[in-house]
Ligand binder design. Sequence first.
Ligand code: AMP
Ligand code: MG
Length: 402
Amino acid sequence: MLSVEEAGERILAAFARLSPEPVPVLEALGLVLAEDIVAGFDIPPRANSAMDGYAVRVADTTGAAMDAPRRLRISSNLAAGYVSETPVEPGTAIRIMTGAPVPEGSEAVIQVELTEREGDDVLVLAEIAARRNIREAGEDVQAGQTVLTAGTRIRPAEVGVLASLGLPSAPCIRRPRVAILATGDELLEPGDPLAPGKIYNANAYSTAAQVREAGGEPLLLGIARDTRESLSEKIEQAIGQGADMILSSGGVSVGDFDLVKDMLAAQGEINFWQVNMKPGKPLAFGHLGGVPMIGLPGNPVSSMISFEIFGRPAIQKMLGQPIVGRRKVEALMEEAYQKTDDRRHYLRVRVREEADGWRAHLTGEQGSGILTSLTRANGIAVIPESWESVQPGQQVPVWLLP
Ligand code: AMP
Ligand code: MG
């Protein structure tokens, strides 16, 4: 049986970085910039006031003090967004608001707190140095400057910078389109009335949420019934919608109705089936219509753990991002765990950091159908193939879930 590493390598090898396309700046959050962004103009475009106050000539404030105010005539009022039609003449001041471009002739802005108003005059109560309270043109960004470089991952600050450059969109590696389909005659969609023998489709939604969290765009294709025709129809839909990856759940174990792996083998190319792990052993991987398809196991915990290990890195690779796992810590396990096979086990744990290190305890029953074991977990303990058990007090590697 394939090791987790070997399976992971084979899956990753089937994916490549996607092509760039213009993406609206807000949607670009989390994406990777595909080209350098060069400023076409200065930011700020003009010198402007950093304060509410008065634009003045420096010489008109010489010697000014609380007990020796200098009186200037206020020639006009200037709000942000407007350019003064008149310069600051000697002996005058222009009332100016934060962000308004400083008028010609003004050498500094004296903040309103250091002045006193008297009708159409202002009393200046302190000397002011040249360029004080003026934000110079280009002090943030200069025309011709490379502001953001290709390969940058876009965070809220980068979204803001792109907008400040006047760009409605930016060239980014696009989000992978991930078709998601559930399989099973037993499945109902949330919202349907519960019926005998049926259960709700959990996996399509947990997988779609994982895809979205990883930066992909989930395409929910609904439920394929356990027939060749129904499954074929869904897979054709996935290919028709331009999916970069297909994720199915269920239909990969050895039951009579486990069609997914048979279909991969018969109508596409199957690369492998089964990985030496628990949960998640019956994973299938191959291509259908040229599109890589990961057949995730049907059990809800298996499906989520398998996506974490194999799906998330594939999405990171398509996004052009570094392939990074979760933060890993060593934790002291608080209870015993017995293994009965030589697979790698992924245990749902609750971890906490104490003064002398991390502690982990199991979130209860570890069956692969017990999805609430994951809602209670904030970590996954990874127990190596060669271990036979975990003893209380033993150190285990744990991935921290966000
Ligand atoms: P299978 O691999 O199709 O035999 O499925 C294994 C187990 O997972 C069965 O108990 C299924 O009922 C269950 N299962 C399969 N698909 C889903 C799903 N989408 N949501 C919840 N449980 C599922
Ligand atoms: Mg099934």
